[in-house]
Each structure stands twice: as C-alpha cells, then as structure tokens.
Design a binder for this molecule. Sequence first.
Ligand code: NAP
Length: 407
Amino acid sequence: VTARTFVIVGASLAGASAAATLREEGFEGRLVLVGEESQPPYERPPLSKEYLRGEQPFEKALVHPLDFYEAQGIETRFGVRANRVDPSERVIELEEGGRIQYDKVLVATGSRNRRLPVPGAHLEGVLDLRTVADADRIRAEVAPGRRAVLAGMGFIGAEVAASLRQMGLEVAVVQRGEVPLSRVLGTEVGRILADIHRDHGVEMHFGERVSALEGSQRVEAVRTAGGQTLLCDFVVTGVGVEPVTEVVAEAEVEVEDGIVVDELSRTSVEHIYAAGDVTSHHHPLFGRRIRVEHWNHAIKHGAAAARSMLGKGTPYTEVPWFWSDQYDHNLQYAGHHTGEEEMVVRGSLEDRSFVVFFLRQGRVVAAAALNRARELRRAMELIRVGVPADAHLLRDEGVDLRAPAKP
Ligand code: NAP
C-alpha cells in the first residue's frame, strides 16, 4: 500500500485493534493514534473486577506492551484530545493546537458515562467507573465495613456490587427497573441475578430512583424518589453510556444513536470510518442497526474497519458476545434481541445453570447462559447460521445443541 496517512481518533480498544491490524495487513504509510487518556490503550473488563479488587496490576490490562507502538511505527498522541474531523480539508484538529492531515480516518472514540441528573451529584465521594483513574478513585474508598450505595444495576452496578461485597463492604443498590440488567437479559434472567446478589448480602431497592445525593461537602446519604434515606460512605453511579460523537459533529456524518456505519464501517462521509461502541452499525444477521458496548465487539469491529480502510473489507457479521463474572457465577450473552422474542429455557433457572434462547420467527437471535459457557458457544453458531430451530429440541438437555435444527 502506498505511503498515505491514516489517523485513528480514539486510543480505545477498537482503535488499538485497528492500528495493529493495519500493520498486520501490510499498511506501510503513516499511522497516527490519537487518544484523550494519557495511558496507552487498555482493556476495561478488569476495572470492575480483578483490578478493582487489587488482584491484577494495570499493566496486565494493556492491549499491547508499551514498546509495541514504536516497534510498529505507530505515532502515538496520548493525552491529546481531537476536537474535530474536517473532511473538506481532510484534517484532524487537536485541542492543544495542531492539525494532522489524513487520507483516511477511523473514529473509535467510544462512549462516555451518563451523569446522574440529581442535586448533589457534584459532591465528593460520588464516583463512576469508566477509566482506570475512575477505578483508582473507587479503590481509594474501599475498606471493609464501609458502606457504598450504587445507583443503577446494569453491568457496572452488578459487577461493582459483587467486587465490593467480595472486599467486605456493605452494598446497597438503587435500581429503576424491577430486576438488574433487564434491558439486556430480560426479566427472568435478571431475577436470578437479583437472587444471587441478595444471597451475597446486597441490599436492593428496585423500582426506585435516586432523587438526591446529600451531604455538606462529601456525600453522606442517598435520597430516593420513594422517600427513603440510605446512609453511605460513597456512591458509585452506573446509569449507562452515550456514544462520543462530537468529533464528527461538523462533518455532516450521519449520527443516530452513534455514528452510523454500514457493514464495512464506512460513515456517510467519504474517507471517514468508525468502529466500536461509538457506532450504530448495520448488522446483516439482525437486519437492522445495532450499537454494541462490549469488549469483544471493540476488538473485532476495530480489526474489520482496518481491513475495510485497506480495501480488503468483508461485511461485518460477527455475532455480538460478552460475559460478566459476578461472585463465582459466569454469565454470558450472545446475539441481539429486543424483548419481543419467544423465550426457551434449557436447564434450570432456579439451579442457576441454564441457557435461555430468544427466538424470533422460529430462529435463535440471542441466548443468555449462566454457568454454561460451552452451550453458549454452540448457541452462537445457531445465531450465526440462522436456520429455524425447534423449541422442544433446544429445551431437551439430551439433544446436542449442534443439531437442533428443524428436520
Ligand atoms: P448499562 O449496563 O447500560 O446499565 C445502565 C443502568 O442504569 C440500568 O440499570 C438502568 O436501569 C440504569 N439507569 C439508566 N438511567 C438511569 C437513571 N436516570 N436513574 C437511575 N438508573 C438509571 O450501563 P452501565 O452499567 O453504566 O455500564 C456502562 C458501560 O460499560 C456499558 O456500555 C456496559 O455495557 C459496559 N460494561 C460491560 C460489562 C460487560 O460486558 N461485562 C461490564 C461492565 C460495563 P433500567 O434498566 O431500569 O433502566
């Protein structure tokens, strides 16, 4: 490939994956990786688990070793924010001043945490979790017997609750819905997770909202819409994310729940590509656009975008997949479902050993598994192939999941 300049905006997991793939695939031009955080790209899954609990050093979370970038001839601009992509002049403008000319640019800016829009959110001791710096702030609050209130019980709330309990803290959660993680996993699976957390001593307030955070300088209590006052030493909010799209705001790139890209990671503007959880990407398997906020997607989508930038792209059809470890339970999910699907349970919800299949028009479009990793991998294959599956066979534990297709 002739010497050209490719710029990756966002030293995220998706950005790091794209950079490495460009070199692996033979790109010999100038390659610049710009990222707002001062650290090299790292993986976030340990931040709510092993790293938060002090079981794993930060270095283990690095996507590539420190010397990788120089060795690969990747110019890094860490701790530098990109202000905007200007497609008319094909430049990236940096906040600190300076411009980088590009031939192609990949936007991999990821997401940012939503703030809890309540009085007192600015108080000391009100924390959230996205970066390693955030994780360090939570770690600094950790001591056995202290009491944390978590606002929201999505992935962050559920994983942080488990980690803090494992470290001997008192934990209460305030969650809008009736069960944790219902948006992604459905009510039935969410209820099982709630039981697991209850068994581990998490105090749960479901169907409730945080209405205010109270304290003079530091947070001392959480007020709920239902009129409860929950005393606390600190608060962790985990109320979802929004894609970071400002960098293309003036570039007339189509944005709708993320930067819209086709199955080759192309945005609506020539030479601008996007990958990872900042994108709403058209997914051929589900026949619609989806936005996926998980680790595996960042790696795969970043790599796919890199190949596409080199003109070697193939339609991105990867089945979304993620896991979440909470206490000694392993939860996994694959596919994409909307909540309107037929649900088929294989195994036992009560025994906490199951795969739940979500079927749309007789085809498996998603599956969630608790402590059944191997069957989940097989379910992924069913999602990928998309043939009609027989609910009775899926349910029957005597039937190999490699063969539940209708005759
Ligand atoms: P999330 O999983 O989307 O959960 C958001 C939670 O916030 C839900 O419980 C939701 O409740 C609640 N919520 C939303 N708005 C609220 C409000 N105004 N007041 C109170 N509660 C509100 O997001 P997250 O837990 O913040 O996680 C952040 C990101 O990290 C996500 O992209 C997530 O996928 C990712 N992550 C992934 C993993 C993993 O894959 N294992 C682990 C950690 C984090 P309702 O459902 O009731 O609306």
